[in-house]
Design a protein around this ligand. Structure first.
Ligand code: ATP
Ligand code: MG
Length: 493
């Protein structure tokens, strides 16, 4: 088993390795106060501790966050005894699977940082195929623990406190090559836990890695096994895939291997056969492009609801496709059908109700703008658009703008101009409505009382005077408004 000290790396065989190792060393230095501290406590109690899995992979890629995964030979009860007096908070929801979680604030580069830590006892698990759940068995060696991990790039460890690099499956080479391979045969690995097939697509999308051909072959051959995995586990991987930096890559892999036919059949169904007489765009390719265009419009980081809406916006098309007599193709009401299909699929995948409602609503509204033409909507139509979108308006803007994949530059520009026009009208209506809602500081009854006058045109004149003042100076407050009103009245008479 190759063991190397990270502090004194052996000369790298490929130029990438030196870069990889440099970033790993700096990432490990960043987390080392907290990791070293914890490792010392495990050592004093007679146990081993190693940074492992995603944390080592991400350290090597220079993208380690504040989530740290450790593995240890200590059993969960012993782990609890060590971390309770040390951590700021401890949770044991995962204890049945050998995992203890905790949070610890520690010095980091930008001042104090909160580290989220998971410590899992060495496992050597077997899987119960009927119950769909991994059966937990603890192991005695780190090698046993690493061999049951999903991919070689996730099967590396750094044993603490000496920072020994443990890489029995040559994950570092695969990482430098940016390729996902399984430690053992992919067939064995995927029959142990079919979710790993989804994880391959997820890591391809997150990391931009290739999936090794033998892994793709096993995914293709075994795609139907995903059926035994719980909807929640599938959904979580799907979300990470969609939220990744390269979702197209992950989605294409799901479609090409046949996994999508099981977990998201609406997606491969978008590959509509095109015939020469009825020309229409490839809805599948269009969808992937819309997703990428929507991502490019995100402002505050990845937005799951927007991305799901982009991915699902046209899923009603295959079912609503009609070949018209004039040779055209139509998809009448595909947005309504699509919204229903979205709800059904997301329910099946056990998404939270709020997310289901939001995504389905966006799918339903994605075509509404098409009636706008070059600005033909009345003010009330614009208001209805805003009201129907409600808190989703901003996302609807992004979805609608992304939903244009024409290669005709003039057409694309015209559409985007028209949408600019709609957004301007929404802004000016809003401003007008805010202005319309402004009232002077005193109402008609108060004016009559203060000036001691009966109802009549003078009340209206006084009211408009106070409204002018209010627009000019902002709210005056009652006292100042009364004084202004009296001055104005005195000057008039
Ligand atoms: P991230 O946390 O960024 O999503 P990760 O690689 O840490 O990525 P986790 O799901 O947190 O992924 O899992 C932590 C580690 O546990 C993985 O790196 C891998 O070594 C192992 N692992 C997780 N799930 C599985 C699985 N289904 N089969 C085998 N190993 C797994
Ligand atoms: Mg993790």
């Amino acid at each position: 088993m190759p063991k190397a000290n990270v502090d004194t790396p052996t000369p790298p065989s490929a130029p990438e390795l030196s870069h990889v190792q440099r970033s790993a060393v700096s990432e490990l230095l960043r987390v080392s106060p907290v990791a070293d501290d914890l490792a010392r406590r495990f050592e004093e109690a007679g146990f081993r501790l190693a940074l492992v899995g995603g944390s080592v992979r991400d350290a090597l890629l220079g993208r380690l966050g504040n989530d740290l995964d450790f593995t240890t030979d200590a059993r969960p009860e012993a782990v609890l005894r060590i971390v309770r007096p040390w951590a700021d908070a401890v949770w044991d929801v995962g204890i049945a699977f050998g995992t203890v979680g905790c949070r610890k604030a520690a010095a980091g580069d930008g001042g104090r940082q909160d580290f989220q830590i998971e410590i899992t006892t060495y496992r050597s698990e077997a899987y119960d195929r009927a119950s769909r759940k991994p059966e937990v068995r603890y192991g005695d060696t780190i090698e046993e623990d690493l061999v049951r991990r999903d991919f070689t790039v996730n099967a590396m460890a750094v044993a603490l406190p000496r920072k020994e690099f443990v890489d029995p499956h040559h994950g570092l080479e695969d990482l430098a090559e940016r390729v996902l391979r399984t430690p053992g045969t992919p067939e064995q690995s995927f029959s142990d836990d079919p979710l790993r097939m989804m994880r391959a697509a997820r890591f391809a999308a997150q990391l931009g890695f290739e999936v090794a051909p033998e892994v793709v072959a096993a995914m293709t051959a075994m795609a139907d096994r995903i059926g035994i995995v719980s909807a929640e586990r599938v959904r979580d991987e799907l979300n990470k895939l969609i939220l990744g930096a390269h979702p197209r890559r992950g989605l294409q892999l799901l479609v090409d291997t046949g996994l999508a036919a099981h977990v998201l059949p609406e997606l491969p169904a978008l590959i509509l056969e095109r015939d020469e007489h009825h020309r229409h765009k490839d809805v599948y390719e269009h969808t992937l492009t819309v997703l990428e265009q929507a991502i490019a419009l995100e402002e505050d980081g990845p937005d799951l609801v927007l991305r799901l809406a982009a991915l699902l916006h046209d899923i009603g098309k295959p079912r609503t496709r009609r070949f018209e007599k004039d040779g055209r193709v139509s998809f009448h009401h595909h947005e309504v059908v699509g919204a229903k299909m979205t709800t059904a699929r997301m329910r099946k995948l056990k998404y939270p109700n709020e997310q289901i409602k939001e995504v389905a609503r966006l799918v339903e509204l994605h075509l509404r703008f098409h009636g706008y033409g070059t600005g033909e909507w009345t003010d009330s139509a614009v208001r209805r658009y805003v009201r129907d979108a409600g808190p989703l308006l901003d996302r609807l803007h992004k979805l609608t703008r992304s939903d244009c994949t024409t290669r005709n530059k003039r057409k694309a520009l015209a559409l985007s101009r028209a949408y600019d026009g709609l957004e301007e009208r929404i802004a000016s209506l809003k401003q007008q409505e805010e202005l319309d809602a402004i009232r002077p500081d005193l109402d008609g009854n108060e004016i009559m009382e203060i000036l001691g006058i009966p109802p009549g045109p003078e009340v209206g004149t006084a009211y408009r005077h106070l409204l002018e003042l209010r627009l000019e100076k902002g709210p005056l407050g009652r006292k100042a408004a009364v004084a202004e009103l009296k001055d104005w009245w005195a000057a008039r008479s």
